[in-house]
Design a protein around this ligand. Structure first.
Ligand code: BG6
Length: 513
């Protein structure tokens, strides 16, 4: 694909106009997310001069700590996790905007005191500030934090300003809990001020999906059941339960942790109709239609025929011996939680009639790779009855991560006097075409939240429709008296045999990554 010339001026202009001065309050600020993602993202925004002027961030958490201690801990995290490295000088000035506020999440006095702190910042600035409340606590604390924010009047912005809330995932654990949560959030903040984060939407290539589809003329005419045989979405991770994640993961599993959120978001971007414009609601209207159109599975047998669940057993990943899922730290040795899931989905829309969407997601697979692949139909006639071309189907592959890019596979004649054919690839790599690394998803998403652009955040109905689909599968697995089989795969393999059979039953196979 041709390289697109960079326009750094336009780039900076757009970003600078967007970010609005504000104070961000992070609830649960001593957790891993703040250290690993949020502060490095803010630091990188500061490094590229995209943070609004007079920006402040306040960490709200239960442990006793001074501003200085908090800054020191975050500095260590930033050294490890910052995308653009760590400069002592920049950190020195950025860290002055970081503050710590100790309080229990349930303590009304702590919120009243927070209000005083925010008012004090306003007085120093000489103007009231916008407020961005970030819920990075365990989900069970969301409701109490929201109630307390409302009780302290912190959800009411100062005149002419805004107050917004960002909710980390998971947003609920099933439909009922997501509905309850939506109701509680809705009582405290307007939907337009509610930002349900799904960091996959902040990934550069996920954003590029719409550009690829709707800013080019060549793909969209082919983007339908007439030309596409099947769509495959793979999200492979070569990690297991490192870093103490087992406790949370074992209560969740691959279906809830990844499919309900990240994979359904990618699915909706790839399958949606063109929006009427680029407003957040026009785009989200189209995305939600895809999730609503997913054909629901109707019985446990239907679930068993279309969904494979599995756990890894001991194996070798990247040359390192790994324990099985049930032997991992903080995992119940009898756990019935899946670390891998593969699904066959149908979307009941005009465009996608008869096209299966296959998804697979798992831990301890051979490599980290997220990609979407549109597998095209074969030509109507096999004119070249020469050699059989292995893996010869045309495919448009969108690599979400790593090595972000897009490739198009086609069949070509091998040079020589004989007519022999082989698949070749046209390949576009972000790094080489644009010569700069993509920002981290959280950088983009935090900036959008400060700018009031909810396009890359999930709307209340989107989340609920996703849970409707997931609940049916979860109920078939865990409903009273049910104990469907758990398949197995060795760590370091591409998943269980049953996932291959899901596709071979349709005369297809997973794309080799
Ligand atoms: C999180 C999941 O949302 O996404 C994790 O809870 C998963 O289980 C992670 O590892 C993957 O994110 P990324 O950006 O590393 O692909």
């Amino acid at each position: 694909m041709p390289d697109i010339p960079e326009n750094p001026f336009l780039d900076t202009l757009i970003t600078r106009q967007r970010a609005e001065p504000c104070t961000m309050v992070i609830f649960g600020a001593t957790g891993d997310l703040t250290n690993r993602k949020l502060i490095p993202a803010l630091y990188n925004l500061a490094a590229s001069s995209d943070l609004p002027t007079q920006f402040k961030v306040v960490g709200f958490a239960r442990r006793e700590k001074s501003d200085e201690e908090f800054r020191k801990e975050l500095e260590e995290g930033n050294k490890k996790f910052s995308r653009q490295g760590h400069s002592n000088e920049l950190w020195g000035s950025f860290a002055q905007s970081i503050h710590y506020h100790r309080s229990e999440f349930t303590d009304a006095a702590g919120y009243a005191e927070l209000k005083n702190v925010l008012d004090k910042f306003d007085a120093e600035r000489g103007t009231p500030a916008n407020r961005l409340f970030y819920l990075a606590t365990a989900p069970e604390f969301f409701s109490v934090v929201l109630e307390q924010l409302a009780a302290a009047g912190l959800n009411e912005p100062p005149a002419g300003k805004w107050a917004r809330v960002v909710c980390e995932k998971p947003f609920g654990t099933d439909l009922a809990s997501a509905q309850r949560l939506n109701k509680i959030v809705g009582e405290v903040f307007h939907e337009r001020d509610t930002y349900r984060i799904d960091h996959y939407l902040g990934k550069e290539t996920a954003q590029n999906l719409m550009v690829l589809r709707f800013a080019n003329e060549i793909f969209e005419p082919l983007w339908n059941s007439r030309y596409i045989d099947n769509v495959q979405i793979t999200c492979a991770e070569n990690l297991g339960m490192e870093g103490g994640r087992g406790g949370y993961y074992d209560t969740s599993g691959a279906l809830r942790d990844m499919v309900q959120s990240h994979l359904f978001q990618l699915l909706s971007l790839v399958a949606m109709e063109p929006p009427t414009d680029l407003s957040a609601d026009s785009i989200r209207d189209e995305k939600v239609k895809v999730i609503r159109s997913l054909r629901h599975l109707t019985s446990p047998e239907d679930v068993a025929a279309n969904v494979v669940r599995a756990q890894y057993t001991a194996g070798v990943v990247d040359g390192v011996e790994r324990p099985g899922y049930r032997q991992e730290d903080r995992i119940n040795p009898q756990s019935n939680t899946e670390s891998y899931v593969a699904l066959r989905l149908k979307i009941d829309t005009w465009r996608w009639q008869g096209v299966p969407f296959y998804m697979r997601v798992g831990k301890q697979l051979p490599k980290k790779a997220t990609e979407i692949s549109l597998q095209f139909k074969q030509p109507p006639q096999n004119l070249f009855k020469t050699n059989e071309v292995q893996g010869g189907q045309n495919a448009l592959v969108i690599r979400i991560q790593p090595d972000e890019g897009i490739s198009l596979r086609m069949i070509s004649k091998q040079p020589g006097v004989m007519l022999r054919m082989q698949p070749v690839k046209m390949d576009f790599h972000y790094n080489t075409s644009f010569g700069k690394a993509s920002p981290e998803a959280y950088e983009r998403l935090l900036l959008d939240a400060m700018a009031g652009d909810a396009t890359l955040f999930a709307r209340n109905d989107e989340v609920e429709h996703a849970w409707r689909y997931i609940d049916i599968v979860e109920n078939a697995w865990h409903g009273a008296g049910k104990q469907p089989p758990m398949c197995e795969y060795p760590a370091g393999s591409w998943g269980p045999r049953e996932a291959d059979e899901l596709l071979s039953a349709d005369g297809r196979s997973w794309r080799r990554i």
